[in-house]
Design a protein around this ligand. Structure first.
Ligand SMILES: [Zn+2]
Length: 303
């Protein structure tokens, strides 16, 4: 089967699954200019970063398949250039859902080796046990890398860096040096909920903190930080987010050290109290369920 037929089959399947839950027709794509022909796009799903060169565009993440037309139109309006490369920060569907549709437009998908392996094999959710089936070949990266690589369009160059054992096992950070922009993927995720973390092959809470430390080391006061979810951040915001992770880790670790089981630790609601302005929960703006899940993820990933 050719590219168009294969791609259309996959897109239709993904669209049907996704459309059951969200009213994508109502979603608006909101661009934020980051200077130097670089933008952050918000819609539904992970934040997108658009880097425009003289001849073509590098786009980081794709949100959900049903949003393809809107995202494509937004990029065309901002840049007037075709999307040559799509970079996946990690495999989760709210970041890679549009892969096939952009591939059908002619984009080349780029990702870390282990992202491709996970997508090709399918994955299992650590909390729910829910299985994500293997992705069709047309949604997989055709350019992969191990540690780092650079990607260019005319007049622009970005650097992809593997962030090992963090949010997933195949996370990519995208640095855009000329615009002083960092796209973090879900190693940094705010937006009114606790971050989720793949346990097992990913790095658990310690891996997330290590990833943030690597970002803090390289970012400066002017760096514009595009998180996986949530509003545009600066280095100060990233430090606050790091503290949130550390506080949550320490609270759960202390309960585990006391000999509590995972369920007991969840029942103790370590992230719910004290409900002050500076508390972890207030800063995350998280729901009870999200904080319960976060406790479980941390519990499983601390020694
Ligand atoms: Zn994710």
């Amino acid at each position: 089967m050719n590219r168009i037929v294969l791609g259309a089959m996959g897109v239709a399947l993904l669209a049907a699954a996704a459309a059951a839950q969200t009213n994508y027709a109502a979603v608006q794509i909101k661009p934020t200019a980051l200077g130097h022909r670089t933008w952050m796009l918000e819609g539904n799903g992970g934040n997108i970063t658009v880097i425009a060169g003289d001849d073509a565009v590098i786009m980081v993440d794709t949100q959900f398949a049903p949003l393809h037309d809107k995202i494509k139109a937004a990029v065309a309006e901002l840049t007037g250039k075709p999307i040559r490369y799509v970079v996946d920060t990690h495999l989760h569907g709210d970041h890679t859902g549009g892969n096939q549709a952009f591939w059908m437009d002619g984009a080349t998908i780029v990702g870390q080796d282990l992202l491709k392996k996970s997508m090709a094999e399918g994955t299992t959710n650590a909390l729910s046990g829910a299985k994500t089936p293997p992705s069709p070949a047309s949604a997989l990266p055709t350019i992969t890398y191990a540690d780092r690589m650079s990607l260019s369009v005319k007049g622009r160059k970005v650097e992809l860096v593997h962030m090992p054992h963090a949010h997933t096992r195949g996370d990519t950070a995208v640095w855009v040096p000329d615009a002083d922009v960092l796209a973090t993927g879900d190693i940094v995720s705010t937006g009114g909920r606790y971050p989720n973390i793949d346990v097992g092959d990913a790095g658990g809470i310690e891996g997330m903190i290590k990833g943030v430390d690597a970002y803090l080391k390289r970012a400066d006061a002017k760096t514009k930080i595009v998180p996986g979810h949530g509003a545009l951040m600066d280095r100060e915001g990233l430090k606050t987010y790091r503290q949130l992770l550390v506080d949550a880790r320490d609270s759960v670790k202390a309960l585990k050290a006391k000999g509590m089981s995972e369920d007991q630790a969840v029942a103790a609601k370590p992230l719910a109290a004290p409900m002050t302005a500076g508390s972890v929960q207030a800063r995350a703006g998280a729901t009870d369920r999200a904080s319960d899940n976060f406790v479980r993820l941390i519990y499983r990933s601390v020694a």
